[in-house]
Each structure stands twice: as C-alpha cells, then as structure tokens.
Design a protein around this ligand. Structure first.
Ligand code: PGA
Length: 251
C-alpha cells in the first residue's frame, strides 16, 4: 500500500512571519495524523524559521526549486546543501511555472533531480500538459516525454525516492480540476511508462501526486483513485482550514 502524501506548495506567498504563523497553525491542526505523509514547501527565505516550528512533528519541509550545481558563481541560485542546512528533506522540481515562466527544460529538471538524489534530497518531479496540448490530443505523449526526460539516468534504488507530481497546467490556479477519471487515466499511464523504464515492482512503489485546483470538496474523490497517491496543493494550502480538510478527507 502506498501511503498518501499531501504537499502544500506555497509558491511566492507569505513572508517569514506569515509563514511561521501558518506553520504553527498547521502543527496544531494536523497533529496526530500518522496514516498520511504531510509536506509543506514555503519560499526559500522562510525555510529556516519554518523548519524550527515543525521540527519533531509529522510535517516535513520542502523547497520549491534548487540549482543543479553544488556551489560556485551562480548568483541568485540555491544549492541542495543549502536546502538541507535549512531543514529541507524534499524539493519540488520542474513545476510548470518554472518550465513556462523560467524556461526550464526536461534536461535541467533531470540534472536537478540527479543532484538532489546524490545530495540526499527527495525530488518531487512535476510534469503535465497545457490546455493546447490536451485539446490536440497530446496529453499522454507530452507527459511521457517529460517523465522520460526528467528521470533520465536515475539508477538503482534511487528511483524509489522520487515522487512524481502530475499537474495539468490548465488546472493549476484556475479552479478547473481534472475529473477523477481524467486524472486517473494519466496517472495510470504514468505508472505504465514508469514500469517500462524502471520495472513493474518499482512502479508499484512509486508515489504519483495529482496537482491542480485540489480543494476540500474534490480531495476525497481524487485521492480515492487507484493510481493517485496524494496531492500537490497550491492555493488551498495557504489556508490552514482548507489544507487540513483536504488532508483529513483524503483516503
Ligand atoms: P493550485 O496549484 O492548487 O493552486 O492549482 C497547484 C500547484 O501549482 O502545485
């Protein structure tokens, strides 16, 4: 049985004080939940302070991005070691906003994933098609290309540490959610491709999250799908009550 993972992506929201306040509220509201994994991903500047708040609780800490070099002259970038020293265990990679606004390619996401694994961080690798691609009937092909490209050259047991997040771009922040059937179709396909590359045993273990307008009222049905192993939540993760509800109704 794959344990559900509910992850909050706070994006470029909340300063340090606001992040600490939200984290403190979540610690209270979510304590005692052990049958699901919980992850929050605040912005870089809040990581250290939030990590102090959630230390020793059932909430893990992730960053929203990192660079694919260990250190050096890369002004404005953040290394995996810096994230670890700020208390992170996870890092979101290749979010569609990074791909679309900052031109990240599968090759870059792959370099980041390889370095994250080498440095002991768990990568949450995001893939997903645009509305145009879906309407052109290309959704599965796009997702397959992104999956293969982003996970290239990951060998051995490292692949079991990877978390995949399927986030149809047209469903992110739009209030439009993929129906459970639409989402499950792509999730099952991702698991099949994963099985082709890394073997069926590994494909049964790996977790595939759904992301895109997950809310308290659609969480249960989405999370109830066979190949959906959790969610990456944006907007609703900024409100403690909504995040709590999404987690509590997920089965
Ligand atoms: P959303 O964002 O829940 O606000 O649609 C999801 C994401 O981008 O991770």
């Amino acid at each position: 049985m794959r344990k559900l993972l509910l992850a909050g992506n706070w994006k470029m929201n909340k300063n340090v004080a606001e992040s600490v306040e939200l984290a403190q509220t979540l610690v209270e509201k979510l304590k005692g939940i052990t049958d699901k994994d919980i992850l929050i991903c605040p912005t870089f500047t809040a990581l250290s302070e939030v990590s102090k708040v959630i230390k020793g609780t059932n909430i893990a800490l992730g960053a929203q991005n990192m660079y694919f070099e260990k250190n050096g002259a890369f002004t404005g970038e953040i290394s995996p070691d810096m994230l670890k020293s700020a208390g992170c265990s996870h890092v979101i990679l290749g979010h569609s906003e990074r791909r679309q606004i900052f031109n990240e390619t599968d090759e870059m996401v792959n370099k980041k994933a390889l370095l994250a694994l080498e440095e002991g961080l768990i990568p949450v690798v995001c893939i997903g098609e645009t509305l145009e691609q879906r309407e052109a009937g290309e959704a599965l092909g796009v997702v397959e290309t992104q999956l293969r490209g982003s996970l290239n050259n990951i060998v051995g047991d490292d692949i079991l540490k990877v978390i995949v997040a399927y986030e149809p771009v047209w469903a992110i922040g739009t209030g439009k959610t993929a129906t459970p059937v639409e989402a499950e179709e792509v999730h099952a396909y991702i698991r099949k491709i994963f099985s082709d590359i890394f073997g069926s045993k590994n494909a049964e273990i790996i977790r595939i999250l759904y992301g895109g307008s997950v809310k308290p009222d659609n969480s249960a049905e989405l999370m109830g799908q066979k190949d959906i192993d959790g969610a990456l939540i944006g907007g609703a993760a900024l409100k403690a009550e909504a995040f709590e509800q999404i987690i509590k109704v997920a089965k």
